[in-house]
Design a protein around this ligand. Structure first.
Ligand code: PXP
Length: 236
């Protein structure tokens, strides 16, 4: 089971002072030394944290899987094809949002997502979609040619009744896997709320950022990643 560490918030700290440090590239190396199977960055339209330069440097230096989260725009497609991450995850993006608000609603996409995805795949980039845990979104993800889905765990992490949300995610994960999609999960996952999710065998990858970067303030990033990795390994 794979852990992709989202290092956006290392760049958030850098941008708070418009300094050259802390550098996400340095963070990526530390994350890999801590056992990360991959690195995720979200290049936002407003460039509030990660910038093109970060993406280019990460592509050159990381050993494992580089996942670029991005909105399905022409600008981002051009950047992805230039930078050639191993995969992209398509996410919705609204100006001014604090973090991604929900999955991409595939019933309401204004562009021809099938050809958008096909172009990226044609260049050798794997394509996934961030979706809410909803069966209709799985069917739609298949129709547009996605290879993977990342199930949005935000509602689960906020829920009073986690059991209900866990079953919902589990049902959707099973359906996605049955249809041949690779299943990931992410958003709001921390060192304790991950445990029930780890009992869903169809989820083979996790994308985790904020909790790891926050813990890193006290124990260092390598250690923070290693602790998460141990929890994930311990569950199987
Ligand atoms: N997955 C997606 C699609 C996201 O947008 C984010 C937040 O950038 C994450 C995972 C990671 O969420 P968190 O930082 O809460 O771990």
């Amino acid at each position: 089971m794979e852990l992709s560490v989202n290092i956006d918030h290392v760049a958030t700290v850098r941008e708070a002072r418009k300094e050259k440090f802390p550098d996400p590239a340095y963070a990526a190396v530390e994350a890999e030394l801590g056992g990360a199977d991959g690195i995720t960055v979200h290049l936002r339209g407003d460039r509030r944290h990660i910038k093109e330069r970060d993406l280019a440097v990460l592509k050159q230096i990381i050993r494992n899987d580089l996942n670029l989260e991005m909105a399905a725009t022409d600008e981002m497609a051009r950047i992805a094809v230039g930078a050639m991450p191993d995969r992209v995850t398509l996410v919705p993006e609204a100006p001014g949002e604090v973090t991604t608000q929900g999955g991409l609603d595939l019933s309401n996409v204004k562009i021809d997502l099938k050809s958008y995805i096909s172009d990226l795949k044609g260049k050798g980039i794997r394509v996934g979609i961030f979706i809410d845990p909803d069966m209709a979104q799985i069917k739609a993800a298949l129709r547009v040619g996605a290879e993977s889905v990342e199930i949005n765990t935000n509602e689960y992490t906020q829920a009073k009744n986690r059991e209900e949300e866990t079953s919902k995610i589990s049902r959707v994960a099973k359906a996605a896997r049955r249809e041949g999609l690779v299943v990931h999960a992410g958003h709001g996952i921390d060192y304790t709320n991950i445990l029930p999710l780890l009992s869903i065998p169809e989820i083979t990858g996790y994308s985790i950022g904020f909790a790891i970067v926050a813990r890193a303030l006290f124990v260092g990033l390598r250690q923070a990643v290693s602790e998460m990795k141990e929890i994930i390994k311990g569950a199987r």
